[in-house]
Design a protein around this ligand. Structure first.
Ligand SMILES: [Cu+2]
Length: 372
């Protein structure tokens, strides 16, 4: 009952809908999103007025000129006057709607004079962000724990809308997005910015935003892109410029440290237990979506890894497919996505988990030697 009331009030009183009710489109936090919102309200209002006039006239005529009251129909077949009127009025209404809509669309497309450029690349099923001129790039991956997805734990507030590393952006700066894909069509959608852009393999689409308010904004992939389409959310942290600069500096520092650590890992020898523990983590986060947590795969789509020929065969072949992927299939090259240490761990894990028991131990140095 309550919802019907909302709907009625929502339809007939746009201004009320704007301020109070959860049913309406949200206003967002950018100038463009506000323009889009205003357009939506204007056109909703036009539709409401037309609806009221048309239905009002209809009901009025039906009630007051009904046959039982002795009404005699007027005869105006093929009246040029009427035909001109009912062509002209809708035409004028359409033009009246097209003018503001077009100017907003043109503003949306204008990516010139951007302060920052971020390349957004979709792949099955994660986003990758690369800041131009900053040498910062990273993957942003769903961080909702598997237990919540499998209904084994209560779902938290941002269920399926949380990631390990959000995209960080400064407010009050024009940010240009270059949107593309590694495999199938995805779509990068953040409603609060009114940005929704298809990510097409082999093409680069442009979009932009200028965020007014600091905050955390969430979105999703908006193009059905396969099995885990619903598991590649977008999270954007918008912050004042000074904080953003500090974040950039922190990222660079972290990158230097990670490089040093990667270097150091090449001379480390880990035990089987250490590799298995780390490998399981990497596997669950990066491989289980396709090969399944128990390694069984999905018959016909993703191979099972239990006693698979590659896993039972030479370590080199196993490293090869993980490092270089298999072009033309969903098996991606993980060379740039994982460190040598992580690849060593996940390969060791696959070779010994679920009853594979090959006993093989792969170290970071083996991965790095293989890559050379
Ligand atoms: Cu997608």
């Amino acid at each position: 009952m309550k919802h019907w009331l909302y709907l009625l009030v929502g339809i007939f009183s746009p201004t009320l809908a704007a301020s109070e009710l959860p049913l309406n489109m949200t206003q967002g936090v950018t100038e463009i999103s506000n323009q889009v919102y205003d357009l939506h309200m204007t056109i909703l209002l036009i539709c409401c007025v037309i609806g009221l006039i048309v239905f009002g006239l209809m009901f009025y005529s039906m009630l007051n000129h009904r046959k039982s009251k002795g009404a005699v129909p007027a005869q105006f077949h093929e009246s040029t006057k009427v035909e001109i009127i009912w062509t002209l009025i809708p035409f004028l209404i359409l033009v009246g709607m097209a003018v503001p809509a077009t100017s907003t669309l043109i503003a949306m497309e204008d990516t010139s004079d951007a302060d920052i450029t971020v390349m957004v690349t979709g792949s099955q099923w994660k986003w990758h962000y690369k800041y131009f001129n900053e040498e910062i790039e990273f993957f942003s991956i769903l961080s909702t724990p598997r237990d919540q997805i499998d209904n084994k734990a209560p779902k938290d507030a941002n269920y399926l809308l949380e990631v390990d590393k959000p995209l960080v952006l400064p407010i009050n700066k024009k940010v240009r997005f270059l949107v593309t894909s590694e495999d199938v069509i995805h779509s990068w959608w953040v409603p609060a910015f009114a940005v929704k852009k298809d990510a097409n393999p082999g093409f680069i689409n442009e979009a932009w935003t200028k965020i007014d308010k600091p905050g955390t904004y969430r979105g999703q992939c908006a193009e059905l892109c396969g099995k885990d389409h619903g598991f590649m959310p977008i999270v954007v942290e918008a912050m004042p410029e000074a904080e953003f600069d500090a974040w950039i500096a922190g990222q660079k520092q972290a990158a230097t440290e990670a490089a040093a650590q990667a270097e150091a890992s090449l001379s480390q020898t880990l035990t089987m237990d250490e590799l298995m523990a780390q490998g399981e983590q990497v596997y669950m986060a990066r491989c289980a979506a396709c090969h399944q947590p128990n390694g069984a795969g999905l018959p016909g789509v993703f191979p099972g890894l239990l006693k698979s020929p590659i896993i039972q065969g030479p370590v080199g072949d196993h490293l090869d497919i993980v490092i270089n992927g298999k072009p033309g299939t969903a098996m991606q090259a993980f060379a740039k996505q994982l460190t040598a240490q992580e690849i060593a761990a996940v390969v060791t894990y696959e070779r010994n988990a679920w009853g594979n028991d090959t006993g093989d131990v792969v170290q970071a140095a083996d991965v790095s030697n293989f890559e050379k």
